[in-house]
Write a protein that binds this ligand. Structure first.
Ligand code: ARG
Ligand code: MN
Ligand code: MN
Ligand code: MN
Length: 349
C-alpha cells in the first residue's frame, strides 16, 4: 500500500515559534526510509509551504497595512497578528488557520480517495480541521480516535487563550459557540474577506470521536464534553483499566451499532498530539502536561489500531524542535517517528 506524507510546517494555531519545524525534523530523521523498510510505498512530494496562501491573504487585504497591530509585545510570539489577519473576537490568525486547513483538507481527501493512507505531520493541532475534514470527505463513516492531554474542543465562546489549536474539534462538529463569533463578519469577494471556517462541513458527530489521554481540560470544555455525551478516556481511566482495556473500549464504542457488510470494522482516523505522552517521553512540545502516557502506552495505541486494519488517516502533531535542549528534541522527534511506524505496522516480534 501507499502512504502519503503530508508535511505541514504550520504554527498559526498557537503562539510558540518552532512547531512549524516539526515535520521537517521528522522527515530528516528518516521517516520515509523507515516506512519503506516496513514495506510501504511512500509518497512524499516535499512539505507544503502555504506561502501562496499568506500571499493571497496579505495582498487581498482591505485592511490598512500601516495601521498599528493590536500588540507587539512578547516577540517569541508567533501569534502576533499579521495586519492582514487581525483577531476575530480573541481568535488569533483566524483567516490564515482557516485557509491552511482548507488546503490540507483537499490534499488529505485527494490522497485518501486515491486509496492512499495520508500521514500528516504537524505543525500545530489546528491542522486537524483539515486532516479530519479530508478523511471524512473520503470515508464519511470514519470514526476518530483523538489522543491528547487536551480536548481541543473550545469554541469561540469558551476559549480563554484564543489559540485555535485548542478548538479544532468544535469546528468539525459545528458547535453552537462558534456561530455567534462570525455572525457579524462581513464576507467580501477577496480571500481575506471570506468568513473563516465557513468551508468546514460539520461532519464530525459527537458520537464519532473518542478521546484517550485527557488530563488538562478547560471548564468550558468539560461542559461541552458532558452536554454532547462525548466519549473520553482520561489518564484516570488509563490508570484504572490499563491501556489495553481502554483501547478495546474505545474501539468497541466506535464500532457499536456500526454495521457495514458483515465483519468490516469502521474506518479510523487517529489524531495523535505528542503532548498526550508524558513530558519525560516527549518533552519538546508547546503545551506539556505532566502525568501523561508512557512510551509503551502511546505506542500500544498505535499498534492496536494498526491491528484492526481500519486505519485510514493519521496525524502526528505538536512536535516543536525549538523547545528544550538538543537531547530532548532528538528524543521527541524519534518518538514521533516511532509512533508513525507503530501505526503503520511495525511489530515488536
Ligand atoms: N485548552 C487550551 C487552549 O484552549 C490548550 C490547548 C492545547 N492544544 C494543543 N493542541 N496542544 O488554549
Ligand atoms: Mn502530497
Ligand atoms: Mn495537546
Ligand atoms: Mn492537541
Amino acid at each position: 500500500r501507499t502512504a502519503s506524507i503530508v508535511g505541514c510546517p504550520f504554527s498559526g494555531g498557537q503562539p510558540k515559534l518552532g512547531v512549524d519545524k516539526g515535520p521537517i525534523h521528522l522527515v530528516e530523521a528518516g521517516l520515509v526510509n523507515q516506512l519503506e523498510e516496513l514495506g510501504w510505498n511512500v509518497k512524499f512530494d516535499g512539505h507544503h509551504q502555504f506561502e501562496d496562501i499568506k500571499y493571497a491573504l496579505s495582498s487581498s487585504s482591505s485592511i490598512d497595512p500601516s495601521a498599528p497591530t493590536a500588540s507587539s509585545a512578547a516577540n517569541d510570539d508567533a501569534s502576533t497578528s499579521n495586519h492582514w489577519d487581525p483577531p476575530i473576537g480573541i481568535l488569533k490568525n483566524p483567516r490564515l488557520v482557516s485557509r491552511v486547513c482548507e488546503e490540507v483538507a483537499k490534499v488529505v481527501s485527494g490522497h485518501a480517495k486515491n486509496g492512499e493512507l495520508p500521514v500528516t505531520l504537524g505543525g500545530d493541532h489546528s491542522l486537524a480541521m483539515g486532516t479530519i475534514s479530508g478523511t471524512l470527505d473520503a470515508h464519511p463513516e470514519a470514526g476518530v480516535i483523538w489522543v491528547d492531554a487536551h480536548a481541543d474542543i473550545n469554541t469561540a465562546a469558551t476559549t480563554e487563550s484564543g489559540n485555535i489549536h485548542g478548538m479544532p474539534v468544535s469546528f468539525l462538529m459545528g458547535l453552537d459557540g462558534n456561530h455567534q463569533a462570525f455572525a457579524s463578519f462581513k464576507p467580501g469577494p477577496s480571500p481575506s474577506s471570506q468568513t473563516p471556517f465557513a468551508w468546514i462541513k460539520p461532519v464530525l458527530k459527537p458520537s464519532s470521536i473518542v478521546y484517550i489521554g485527557l488530563r488538562d481540560v478547560d471548564a468550558g470544555e468539560k461542559k461541552i464534553l458532558k452536554e454532547n455525551k462525548i466519549k473520553a478516556f482520561s489518564m484516570h481511566d488509563v490508570d484504572r483499566y490499563g491501556i489495553g482495556r481502554v483501547v478495546e473500549m474505545a474501539l468497541e464504542y466506535l464500532n457499536g451499532g456500526y454495521a457495514q457488510g458483515d465483519s468490516k470494522p469502521r474506518p479510523i482516523h487517529l489524531s495523535f498530539d505528542v503532548d498526550a505522552l508524558d513530558p519525560s517521553v516527549a518533552p519538546s512540545t508547546g503545551t506539556p502536561v505532566r502525568g501523561g502516557l508512557t512510551f509503551r502506552e502511546g505506542h500500544y495505541i498505535c499498534e492496536r489500531i494498526w491491528e484492526t486494519g481500519a486505519l485510514v488517516g493519521l496525524d502526528i502533531m505538536e512536535v516543536n524542535p525549538s523547545l528544550e535542549d538538543d537531547v530532548s528534541v532528538k528524543q521527541t522527534v524519534a518518538v514521533g517517528c516511532s509512533l508513525v511506524r507503530s501505526a503503520l505496522g511495525e511489530t515488536l516480534l
